[in-house]
Design a protein around this ligand. Structure first.
Ligand SMILES: Cc1cc2nc3c(=O)[nH]c(=O)nc-3n(C[C@H](O)[C@H](O)[C@H](O)COP(=O)(O)OP(=O)(O)OC[C@H]3O[C@@H](n4cnc5c(N)ncnc54)[C@H](O)[C@@H]3O)c2cc1C
Length: 468
């Protein structure tokens, strides 16, 4: 498909997917690109991409993602684009299952086949020895794992800022405070651009690229678009502790740790001594209704809206609506911290944050045109693993725009609104807990003494983890 390089392209959302798409459009010579960002400043404080750090690794059971992640890792090393945003700390993967290192571990087999120099760890002592001695790490016996020195983490916020500077420097417009509330239509019902909250006139576009992450369903709630249920916003939490300069120096060379037994993962401290602990799990949903732009229209039910507000938020003048986390996540983070780094286990939590995955049922992204609008391309559905692909995800989007994405990938990333297997339903729906507002706490209020689990006598916590 020949696409006019001067076409007016509007990208909704300036997170990982939107910026990477803008960058790759520019690489191919597109000159008229506008990014619309709902937040009043960029990066949006509550975007999934706006984070302290993100894991960059290539262990996937699916060969496509494994290879694409290895390509991303090579690109991250280009300091002309990314400066020192990528840190190759290596990634340590843990599990309680003794068979974890066996032939059924397909992601590990794929990493090996791709030539990664994997080091197997078959005991608590071997796991502890994979950390620098200065970090005083511990691991109980009965665990196994492996270390892959290829991979590490990215400074998430730093790399988003950097890419925004690059695309704006190359001529793209980035308009903050522009919340898109739906498509605008011409007299024949075709998409002619987007409507923006508070603006009388729509913003016209030849092509609209929707890269609005977890807000995609709630921002484009027009029932005729039929997005609700194709992807769902699931709330995920992170929490931080702050290390003293002396501790930060001793822990700075630890790898990223990802524990498949618990879902928890943690990072080496940043230069400022901030250590992030987070959890990869099914997450929570926040069902609600989106009022239609026209007040006469019926509010649309949405499976999950990526926002929440604690009732006593006003009591915390500096808090934002996303700075509280569910109590059980905080409790379990402390348990994991105490187990792995005993000397850090009782450090007060400093900051918590909830942000939202855009989950699809099979965790494949969506990179496809809407079946009713051949000039509206969706680039979303990050499903909790999109950030590492900041350097190359946009290339797939531009391939799709230009009709160059091969058939297998086009089918993998299809919007597929009529495919019942690609709707959020059944087992997946059952796993999603509804967010309990009363269960949220500000991380800084959770000093060790305030957690509810009696860590010494309560041995059920690991079961709690497994049930999520
Ligand atoms: C807690 C957490 C940890 C994660 N850890 C990892 C990890 O370790 N490794 C990894 O690879 N991935 C990780 N991910 C996943 C990764 O962050 C996402 O896949 C990726 O950031 C998605 O990017 P996005 O651009 O689709 O969404 P976002 O980053 O959320 O960006 C969407 C942007 O669109 C804007 N927007 C939304 N609606 C509108 C609208 N209506 N009008 C205008 N603008 C709008 C938003 O404000 C935002 O700026 C994690 C995600 C979370 C939540």
């Amino acid at each position: 498909m020949a696409v006019d390089k001067t076409a007016n392209i509007v990208i909704v959302g300036a997170g990982c997917f939107g910026l990477s798409t803008a960058y790759h459009l520019q690489q191919r010579g597109y000159t008229n690109i506008t990014l619309l960002e709902r937040a009043s400043s960029h990066p949006a404080p509550d975007a999934a991409s706006t984070d302290i750090n993100k894991i960059v690794r290539s262990a996937y059971s699916d060969n496509f993602y494994c290879d694409f992640a290895r390509e991303a890792i090579e690109l991250w090393k280009d300091s002309k684009v990314w400066g020192d945003c990528y840190k190759e700390s290596g990634v340590l993967v843990l599990a309680a299952d003794v068979n974890f290192l066996g032939h059924t571990n397909v992601p590990l087999a794929n990493e090996r086949a791709a030539g990664a120099p994997i080091r197997e760890l078959r005991s608590g002592a071997e796991i502890a020895a994979a950390f620098p001695a200065s970090a005083k790490a511990a691991a109980p016996e009965g665990r196994s794992g492996y270390f892959n020195p290829e991979g590490g983490w990215a400074d998430a916020q730093g790399s988003i800022r950097r890419l925004a500077e690059i695309v704006v420097g190359a001529g793209a417009k980035l308009l903050t405070g522009h919340e898109v509330i739906g498509l605008s239509y011409d007299a024949f019902g075709g998409a002619s651009g987007v409507r923006v909250r508070g603006k009388a006139e729509p913003i016209e576009a030849d092509t609209v690229i929707v890269a609005s992450g977890a807000w995609t369903v709630s921002s484009f709630a027009d029932p005729e678009l039929r997005l609700n249920g194709r992807m769902v916003a699931t709330g995920q939490s992170m929490i931080t502790i702050r290390l003293s300069p002396e501790e930060a120096e001793r822990y700075k060379d630890i790898p990223v740790v990802l524990d498949f037994d618990t879902g928890f993962y943690c990072f080496p401290p940043t230069d400022g001594g901030v250590m992030k602990i987070s959890r990869h799990y099914a997450g929570v949903v926040n069902p609600g209704f989106i009022p239609q732009a026209d007040l006469d229209e019926t509010p649309q039910p949405v499976m999950s809206i990526p926002t929440y507000r604690r009732p006593d938020l006003t009591a915390k003048p500096n808090a934002t609506s996303h700075s509280a986390v569910p109590l059980d996540v905080a409790n379990l983070a402390r348990i994991v911290l105490r187990e792995l780094f005993p000397e850090l286990g009782d450090k007060p939590f400093e900051m918590g944050r909830m942000c939202w995955y855009t989950d699809t049922p099979d965790a494949n992204w969506v990179i496809d045109f809407h079946p009713s609008h051949s000039n509206v391309l969706f680039v979303t559905g990050g499903s909790g693993h999109g950030f590492k692909f900041l350097p190359n995800i946009g290339r797939l989007a531009v391939d799709r725009l230009e009709g160059k994405l091969d058939a297998a990938l086009s089918s993998r990333f299809a919007l597929a609104l009529d495919d019942p297997d690609r709707q959020v339903s059944g087992e997946l729906l059952k796993r999603l807990k509804t967010l309990d507002q009363s269960d949220l706490r500000f991380a800084e209020d959770l000093n060790p003494g305030a957690t509810l689990v009696d860590l010494q006598s309560d041995t059920t916590w690991r079961e709690t983890l497994r049930t999520h």
